[in-house]
Structure formats: structure tokens, C-alpha cells
Design a protein around this ligand. Structure first.
Ligand code: KIV
Ligand code: ZN
Length: 511
């Protein structure tokens, strides 16, 4: 009888700690709803003590996403635990996740605490969390560099204090698969009461082994894996959810385990997370990279045409990637468009959202002969990003060339009126961004600019992602157009609108 492996998704907490990945409450809620459709068992929604924005996002998710367990992170500190509980108390299934470092190096240099004090604090804080919430997870941070006897000891005492889930983090991504598997087996064999709790693992990817380590842990008795979509996370990231899930499914001949993940939702989830965080997926990334199911060489193509299994160990359909690139055009009607949306996995859209999407599709079909699936996905993802538009681009005009100084004129509207400004710059994008700064009267730093073509072809939609910063906070904006200067201007204004929204306190800033 296959055993269930619980999927604990920490994209919104550890994933969002990636440098440059920053999400507002609205975006986190969209991702949490998608994670629910994906079928994850638990969502770590954030670290409520870290900032007002994090607190608000965790609380909003706890109130609106009812199927998975909603987890809030807290150091083993009373104020953290109180704040975590405040954020998740109305969740259908709340869990407090508290942690303290247990390796000699962390206890000595970071915590400046003796091991006995760490043990005492862990017991006190798990007991305290238990007075608030039935479900309490405990993590000994830097678990893989902790002396095993000390690890066993602390796990035993927190079980006695009421912990329901024990999570072993490879915080610095140091472990090797055999070694990590042996550690998990050692815990199973040496910790009294371990059979009464869920044993979990949390692997970082510094040596590229996070997924291998998670699988080794499963084979040695771990029942929960903590992971992120696209392997997002601090430094080299966390174990990639889609890789663990598809490894278990594809090699079910080796692994007698299953997950409740609806694998057909993987591609959609991955795309959404990538769009909203502005963290692009490398083309050769396993499972969700754009080349993951592409067959370039003649020999491979020949094999695939005879029998897909010659070079394909799983189908693109199994992760929700549709093979057919059905083309729509300006004569396609609303019915065909709606059907295509459903086939692409966008069955949760409201009627208003479909109306907006259809209008955008018609605009695009006027400019572009064939509208492909990827165009439609980009249009919908842009809609998800929508924040209240304080400022909107009315028009822009550029003059540029290899012998001219680029100049740009923009007209921007808001409810207070219309502003028109011009500026020169190093190229048309720079000139346009400077003209927008002048028109709106803001000063922000451009941290990153990324342009990609959504499909191939000279009339492809250009998708621009910009990251801007103000006072250390990062805001990500996206813009879509067949004209790349227009896409750039829209992305830049979108990022500024998000900044204004955060500053108005409707959405808090990120840590
Ligand atoms: O990597 C880590 O140790 C963590 C803990 C908070 C679980 O993220
Ligand atoms: Zn971590």
C-alpha cells in the first residue's frame, strides 16, 4: 500500500526570501489559491513578525484559503509566536512553525546561547505555542550540522512538549543524499515518540542536492517534504516541488509513495510564480523549463515520432502543458476563446475577468495574425498582476536612432489629471523611463529590466519585467505589447503603481 507524502509548500515564505523576489498581499493570495488548486497539503504563508505586509498577507491567506493547512513561521520567541497566531487564528487548519538553531556554530556565534538554554527555550516555546494552536511544527535550524545526540535530545523534548511535526532542515544545503538519508533513519531509530508525530525535511540547494536529499529522506522515513515552486528560495533555493512530485510519480516502480498533487496544475503554478516574482525559469530547468519537453536533434525527433517513450519519461500533459498550440485569430469568437481558456487550465476566472481577457485578446488579434496559447497565458497572467491603476499610460512618442540622442514624450493620466513630459536618455527605454519619472514626480531606482518574446515571430508579444526599488523595498512590474517600448513603459508604470499601493498601506512592504 503506497504511503502518502505530505507536500508543504514554502514558496510564500522561504521562496519569497529569494533576493529580488517580492510579492504584495494580492499576489500572495493569488498564488495561495493556485497552490490550493494544485493540491498542496500545507502552505507556509509567511513570517508574520517580519513586517506589517507579511502579517497582513498571512492573515488574508488564512481567511481565504481553507483547504490546506496554513502555516505561520515564528522564531522560538514569545512575541513571534503571538504574532504568528494572531495572523492564522481564523484559518480552517492553522499551524505555528517555530524554530531555533541547534548546531554548535549557530548556538555559539549566532544565538550566543549554551545548548542547555536552547533546549529549555525550545521546550518553553513549543509548550507556549501549543496553548494557542493544536498543530505545532518545530525545526532545529541547521539540523544537518547539529551533533546527532543533541538533535535526538531536542526532538524528544519538543515531542513531550506537544510538537506535532518535526522538521529537519538542511539550512545551508550541506548534506549528501546518503548522509541525509542516514540522519533521518537515525532519528526514526533513536527518538522516543517519533512514531506519534510527522517527520518532515526541508532541504536547501547550495550543492544542487536539495531534491536528491528530499528523496533520500523519504526513502528513510520522512513523511513530509518542504519545498517551493520552481525551487525558489534563499541563495541557491529550496527543493523544487515539481521535481520531487514528478520523481515520485515517474519512478513509482522505486518509490512506494504518493502525493495529492494534481500534477496537471504544475505548469500553470510554475508560470504564475515566475510571472509574479519576476524570477525567470532557466530553459533547461527540469520539468518546467521551456526546453524540458523539446526535442531538437534529428535522432530524438525520429524516435519521438515512432514512440514518445523513446525519449520522454513523462508526458507534457501530465504537468498541464498542452501539446496543441491551437491558433486563434481576429475572426475567432468568444466561445472558441472561452473554450481555449478552459483547456489551458484557466477554469477559475470570473465572468468579468473573462470579459477583460477577451477584449485584450481582440486588441491583440488586430495587431498579430495568429494568437498562440502562450500569448493567451501572458494576457491572463498580466490580468492577475493588475493593481489599482493610479497612473495609466495614455500615449508615448519616441525619437531614436544610432546617430541621435533618444528622446521620449509620455502622457500619463491619473484621477487628478493628465501629465505630459519629455526627456532624453541613453536609448529609447531610458528616455521613456526618465519622462515617466518626471511626469509622475517620483524618484526610483531601476534594479532590473528583462525583455522576452512570448512566442516566436516578428510580430511576437514582448513581455517586459522591471524591478524598481525605493528605500530598500523592491516592486516588480510587468507590461505586455507587440511594441517593446510600450511594454517597457507599461511595466515601469505597473511597478510604480504597486509601490504607491504599498505606500498607501493597502498592501504592506516585504521584508
Ligand atoms: O532553512 C531553514 O532552516 C529554515 C527554517 C526556518 C525551517 O527555513
Ligand atoms: Zn529554509
Amino acid at each position: 500500500m503506497p504511503k502518502k507524502i505530505y507536500i508543504f509548500d514554502t514558496t510564500l515564505r522561504d521562496g519569497e526570501q529569494s533576493p529580488g523576489a517580492s510579492l504584495n498581499t494580492h499576489e500572495k493570495l493569488e498564488i495561495a489559491k493556485q497552490l490550493e488548486r494544485l493540491g498542496v497539503d500545507a502552505i507556509e504563508a509567511g513570517f508574520p513578525i517580519a513586517s506589517k505586509g507579511d502579517f497582513q498577507a498571512v492573515r488574508t491567506i488564512a481567511q481565504n484559503v481553507r483547504k490546506p493547512v496554513i502555516v505561520a513561521l515564528a522564531r522560538a520567541v514569545k512575541q513571534d509566536i503571538d504574532r504568528a497566531w494572531e495572523a492564522i487564528q481564523y484559518a480552517a487548519k492553522p499551524r505555528i512553525h517555530t524554530f531555533i538553531a541547534t548546531s554548535d556554530i549557530h548556538m555559539k556565534y549566532k544565538l550566543k546561547m549554551e545548548p542547555e538554554e536552547v533546549l529549555k527555550r525550545a521546550v518553553e516555546m513549543v509548550s507556549y505555542a501549543k496553548t494557542l494552536c493544536d498543530d505545532v511544527e518545530f525545526s532545529p535550524e541547521d539540523g544537518t550540522r547539529t551533533r546527532p545526540e543533541f538533535l535526538y535530545k531536542i526532538l524528544e523534548v519538543v515531542i513531550d512538549a506537544g510538537a506535532t511535526v518535526l522538521n529537519i532542515p538542511d539550512t545551508v544545503g550541506y548534506a549528501m543524499p546518503d548522509e541525509f538519508g542516514a540522519l533521518i533513519r537515525g532519528i526514526r531509530e533513536n527518538v522516543a515518540g517519533i512514531e506519534n508525530v510527522i517527520l518532515s525535511v526541508h532541504c536547501h540547494n547550495d550543492l544542487g542536492l536539495a531534491v536528491a536529499n528530499s528523496l533520500a529522506a523519504i526513502q528513510n522515513g520522512a513523511q513530509q517534504v518542504e519545498c517551493t515552486v520552481n525551487g525558489l528560495g534563499e541563495r541557491a533555493g529550496n527543493a523544487a516541488m515539481e521535481e520531487i512530485v514528478m520523481a515520485l510519480k515517474t519512478r513509482s516502480d522505486l518509490f512506494d509513495y504518493y502525493t495529492d498533487i494534481v500534477t496537471e496544475q504544475i505548469y500553470r503554478t510554475s508560470t504564475m510564480v515566475s510571472h509574479l516574482t519576476g524570477m525567470h525559469i532557466q530553459a533547461n530547468k527540469a520539468i518546467v523549463g521551456s526546453n524540458a519537453f523539446a526535442h531538437e536533434s534529428g535522432i530524438h525527433q525520429h524516435g519521438i515520432l515512432s514512440n514518445r517513450q523513446t525519449y520522454e519519461i513523462m508526458t507534457p500533459e501530465s504537468i498541464g502543458l498542452k501539446q496543441s498550440q491551437m491558433v486563434l485569430g481576429k475572426h475567432s469568437g468568444r466561445h472558441a476563446f472561452e473554450e481555449r481558456l478552459k483547456e489551458l487550465g484557466f477554469s477559475n476566472l470570473t465572468q468579468d475577468e473573462i470579459n477583460v481577457a477577451f477584449e485584450r485578446f481582440k486588441d491583440l488579434a488586430d495587431k498579430k495574425k495568429y494568437v498562440m496559447d502562450k500569448d493567451i497565458e501572458a494576457l491572463i497572467n498580466e490580468k492577475v498582476l493588475k493593481v489599482p491603476e493610479t497612473y495609466e499610460l495614455e500615449y508615448f512618442h519616441i525619437s531614436s536612432g544610432n546617430t541621435l540622442v533618444a528622446t521620449s514624450t509620455v502622457k500619463i493620466s491619473c484621477d487628478k489629471g493628465v501629465y505630459e513630459e519629455a526627456a532624453c536618455g541613453d536609448g529609447p527605454v531610458d528616455a521613456t523611463f526618465k519622462a515617466i519619472d518626471r511626469a509622475i514626480g517620483v524618484e526610483v531606482k531601476l534594479e532590473d529590466y528583462y525583455l522576452r518574446a512570448v512566442t516566436s515571430g516578428k510580430d511576437a508579444l514582448g513581455e517586459v519585467t522591471v524591478k524598481i526599488s525605493k528605500n530598500g523595498d523592491i516592486y516588480i512590474g510587468r507590461g505586455l505589447s507587440t511594441d517593446i517600448i510600450e511594454a517597457s513603459a507599461k511595466a515601469y508604470i505597473n511597478a510604480i503603481n504597486k509601490m504607491i499601493l504599498a505606500q498607501n498601506g493597502k498592501n504592506g512592504n516585504q521584508i
